[in-house]
Every structure is written in C-alpha cells, then in structure tokens.
Design a protein around this ligand. Structure first.
Ligand code: PLP
Length: 370
C-alpha cells in the first residue's frame, strides 16, 4: 500500500533544469538573475506592481508590518483560527494581536467582529485566506478605509484563489506569500512580498537588504537597521519553473478537491466554499463535520494512519495557546475540533482519493449510527 502524504511538491525536469543552471552559472554578476525573473513572473501572474522575493512568508509579513510603522502599543486584528506564522511577526514588533471570530462558512475573519474589535490603537487588519478560502475583502477594505486602517492579505494559502480575474493578494496594502514545501508553489523555503504602493515597496526593499537604500552610493552603509530575509538565486530558479507551470499546479489542486467533493457528497460535512463569481485555489481540502453528528477527530486520524494516510487537524484557535490571552470566539471554538485537512498533491490519483474518502465515509456512518 503506497503511503499517501498530506501534501508534497510537484517537481519536474523544468525545475531541475533551472536549479542546475542556477547552481552552475548563477554566481558573481549573475547571482540575482533568477530572483529578478521569478519576481517578474510572480508580479505578472498576480497583477501587482511590485514583488520582493523573501526567505519566508513570515519574513515578508515582518518587513511589511515594520514598514507600516507598527510597533509597541499598537493592535493588529486577525482571525482567531490561524497558523502561528500569521501572528508571530506582530509579536516580533512588540504589537498586540487581537483575535476576532470567524464566519462559519468561509472560516475567515467576520467583518462585523473586526469592526467591533477596532480601538484607537488598531494599526492593521490581517486578512488570512484560510486553506484557499477567500476573506470578504470588500467588507474588510471598506471597514479599513472608513477607520484609516490598512488591510493586509496573508495569501500564503491562496495561490489560485480569485474574485473573477482579481487574484487573492492583489488588493491589500500589501500581501505575503509562502513557498514552503507544503504550499501550492514551492521553492523549499521562501516567500514573496507584493504591493501596489510605491513608497511601501521602497521601504521594504531597503529593509530587506539590511537597511541599505537603492540610492545609497556609500559602500556598506545602512540607512536604517533592516532585516535579512532574502531568497537565494537557486531557490528562485525553482520558483521560476513553478511559475511557468502555475496554471497546471492550480488545476491539480482543483482536480483533487473536486474528486473529494464528488465522493463525499451527501455526507454531513462542509468543505471549502467557492461562492459564485470566485475561484478557490483549494490549497487544503478540508472537511468540517456537522454539529448534528458525533465526531471524534483523533479516531479518524488514527484510522487514516492505520491505512498509511496522512491527515492533519484544523489549526487551533490562537487564543487557546498559552502565549496569548484567552478569547471566547464562539464560532472558532465550535469549528476547530470538527475540522480535518485531507491529503492533496499534484500526483494524487483517483484511487488514492477513494481510499481516503472510503475511510471518511465508514467513520461518519459509524459515528452517526452511534
Ligand atoms: C505557510 C503559511 C505561513 C508561513 O509561511 P513561511 O514561508 O513558512 O514563513 C504564513 N501564513 C500562512 C497563512 C501560511 O499558510
């Protein structure tokens, strides 16, 4: 029985060829060539003015928040259910995260709860498009505009997600992407900062190079204390190949999700939504088992394990972690224990999907009968 990983990258001869070229020739004067090409390809795909390749999405968020001037005493609102990477940079800057509840259908920020959480100290809203699902950006941007607060997109999980032809990550004050090995586009480790704001771009560009401005003619002269979150040329070569295959990579994610959706039809579960007029990149096919049915998440994961299938639990509400004050967000607290991510990768076969869904089916039938 082949082991079904929860996710893995799709690497072809193209990635191997570009990486080999970068490691062979991409030094000295040519040490930024693939970085420039990768940034250009990403910018064109997304339809944004500026892109800066980084060593991680966490680093891109850290620099963007820093460039917005966020620091001690400031508050940043984000959804309670999130991976730690979305909030960690807020704490690096000494600012205070404020966790708002999520919507039961999109699993993303509830705009009403965001508005209720705004105080004179609120300096940013981070909209995370969870598992590929789109945040209600119209509402969030309207709230941000009315209160003079920038809305940032953490689009690490939203490659391939869009409103019509407008891609996730192209609407916020800035957005951050991840190319970690589990993401739809990968460079092993890596990220991207994108923005349409010229000033923000210049500031982050300077910050990203140890505070050395492009205009600075003195050697080794930092204009400010910056960061070191740069991507290497070899990683960018892999990224460029992935961008040349981007539609294929997105189609792969959508194929797998649609198979799950077909085989799990009729069961008491909700899956990633795709509202009319939008496209979901379906980074992580996820089931939330209905409240009406008994569900033991750990038992399902044990069943998976016995069948060489790798499942993942839904993210914890961040307000349940000991590092943050506890906040009673009812929807987040109700949902997280009923959610499981199903395996998804480019080469996952129809038979693999059926192996997974048969276990989910058996489990839910057993549970609802109990
Ligand atoms: C993966 C992920 C990150 C972190 O990305 P890194 O490249 O590992 O820093 C941040 N936010 C979200 C929503 C993610 O899924």
């Amino acid at each position: 029985m082949n082991r079904i990983a929860y996710t893995k990258p799709s690497i072809t001869e193209l990635e191997v060829r570009y990486a080999t070229d970068a490691v062979t020739t991409g030094w000295g004067e040519r040490c930024y060539e693939y970085i420039g090409k990768f940034e250009h390809a990403f910018r064109s795909h997304l339809g944004v003015k500026h892109a800066i390749a980084t060593s991680s999405c966490t680093g891109a968020l850290h620099m963007g928040l820093s460039a917005l001037g966020i620091g001690r005493g400031d508050e940043v609102i984000l959804a309670d259910i999130n991976w730690i990477a979305s909030v960690a940079p807020v704490t690096y800057l000494g600012a205070t995260p404020v966790f708002a509840d999520i919507l039961p259908d999109s699993w993303c920020l509830d705009p009403e709860k965001v508005e209720a959480a705004i105080t004179p100290r609120t300096k940013a809203i981070i909209a995370v498009h969870l598992y590929g699902n789109l945040c209600d950006m119209d509402a969030l941007l309207e709230i941000g505009e009315r209160h003079g607060i920038p809305v940032i997109e953490d689009a690490a999980e939203a490659i391939g997600s869009s409103w019509g032809s407008v891609r996730a990550g192209s609407r916020g004050a800035f957005a951050a992407f991840s190319f970690h090995g589990t993401k739809t586009v990968t460079t092993g480790e890596g990220g991207m900062f994108v923005t349409n704001d010229d000033t923000l771009y210049e500031t982050v560009l300077t910050l990203s190079n140890h505070g050395r401005s492009r205009q600075q003619t003195k050697q080794f002269w930092p204009d400010m204390i910056g960061y070191k979150y740069k991507m290497s040329n070899v990683q960018a070569a892999i990224g460029l190949a992935q961008m040349e295959r981007i539609q294929d990579l997105i189609d792969g994610k959508r194929r797998v999700f649609n198979l799950y959706s077909r085989h799990l039809g009729g069961l008491p579960v909700a899956m990633n939504p795709e509202p009319p007029g939008t496209t979901n990149g379906y980074w992580m096919p996820t089931i939330i088992v209905d409240d009406s049915v008994g569900f033991d998440r750990d038992k399902l994961l044990t069943d998976f394990k016995a069948n060489a299938i790798d499942g993942r639990i839904y993210f914890w509400p961040l307000s349940m972690l000991p590092h943050f004050p506890s906040t009673q967000n009812n929807v987040a607290r109700r949902l997280y224990a009923r959610g499981v991510n199903l395996p998804t990768y480019h080469d996952l076969t129809d038979d693999d999907v059926i192996r997974v869904t048969n276990i989910v089916k058996a489990h839910l039938t057993r549970e609802s009968g109990a």
